[in-house]
Ligand binder design. Structure first.
Ligand code: AKG
Ligand code: FE2
Length: 304
């Protein structure tokens, strides 16, 4: 088999996965668009996003629309063909579905959500350009023991393993839309406000095929207890709760995670990661191979 190697000459602004943990000040803006470009996000909210690294939107989609997305989520997570697909990640113990990737490719309902101006319009405004989807997924947290997501910065992984050069990615980039109510007890998303201003390069090399393990439980790219203690003391931890249809936009470098869900109440969110078309992926900065395209896109077609 012949493989083509593309050499990239992109400076690594954010070193990670070396011998030691190393903090680098953020080299990029958080809000890339000009403050006076009109859009759905108010100037005050843009300033808050710049400062805190997140933005909560109370009702991104209306109660009447939520039902459609919830039904689609149920359809996807119960369809045996989807379960058998490599895009589905199951819980190591219970074997229940934990995540389904590329939902905007396998579901017209979620494709429509991505194109929705309330969603993509915000991403364009924040990133100051056209955007494409770097990753989309639903994260299902059924009751009675679904496991959490350990503390991480998404950008750390997207830089190390997917080759995103700059912090010009918004998770809603993750738009995280709560499809089922997120209480303060059922494993909601936690973010450290202000943590996005520092990049924490993690210690330890990336094993080949790391993604297979890391999607069930993160190992490489995990911050140390010391670093997390320092950050949590400095920034505090904010928990995001909300009714179905509410959303949390958060910067790609915000330190975040969530606990297990031992309550009987499910917590399912959909995440859409928008990246600027001016920040397309190059070769991984700190991994032997690229991750599969259903996790880190190589099709940079702008969302229209
Ligand atoms: O669903 C959650 O609680 C967090 C998920 C997350 O951080 C991720 O998918 O990168
Ligand atoms: Fe994350």
């Amino acid at each position: 088999m012949t493989t083509t190697t593309t050499t990239t000459h992109v400076t690594d602004l954010y070193p990670t996965r070396g011998a030691t943990e190393v903090a680098t000040p953020r080299q990029d803006p958080v809000v890339w668009g000009s403050p006076d470009t009109p859009g759905p996000v108010s100037t005050g909210d843009l300033q808050a996003l710049e400062r805190d690294g997140f933005l909560a939107v109370d009702q991104l989609i209306g109660p009447d629309e939520v039902g459609e997305y919830r039904r689609e989520l149920e359809r996807l997570t119960t369809d045996p063909a989807i379960r058998a697909d490599e895009r589905s990640i199951v819980e190591p113990q219970s074997k229940e579905i934990r995540s389904v990737f590329e939902v905007h490719k396998i579901s017209e309902v979620f494709a429509k959500l991505v194109r929705d101006e309330r969603v993509v319009g915000r991403a364009r405004q924040i990133l100051g350009s056209d955007v494409y989807v770097h990753q989309s997924r639903i994260n299902v947290k059924p009751g009675f023991g679904a496991s959490g997501f350990y503390w991480h910065s998404d950008f750390e992984t997207w830089h190390a393993e997917d080759g995103l050069p700059n912090m010009r990615t918004i998770s809603v980039s993750i738009v995280s839309i709560a499809l089922t109510e997120n209480y303060d007890t059922n494993g909601g998303l936690m973010i450290m406000p202000g943590s996005h201003k520092t990049f924490l390069g993690c210690a330890g090399a990336t094993p080949k095929d790391n993604y297979k393990k890391s999607l069930q439980m993160q190992d490489a790219g995990t911050p140390s207890d010391e670093a997390l203690t320092k950050m949590a003391s400095e920034y505090g931890i904010r928990l995001f709760t909300g009714k179905a249809g509410s959303a949390t936009w958060f910067d790609c470098n915000a330190m975040h995670g969530s606990g297990d869900n031992i309550t009987p109440f499910p917590r399912s969110n959909v995440f859409i990661v928008f990246n600027s078309v001016e920040n397309t992926a190059v070769e991984p900065f700190a991994a032997p191979v690229r991750r599969p395209e259903f996790i880190g896109a190589r099709d940079f077609t702008p969302v229209r």
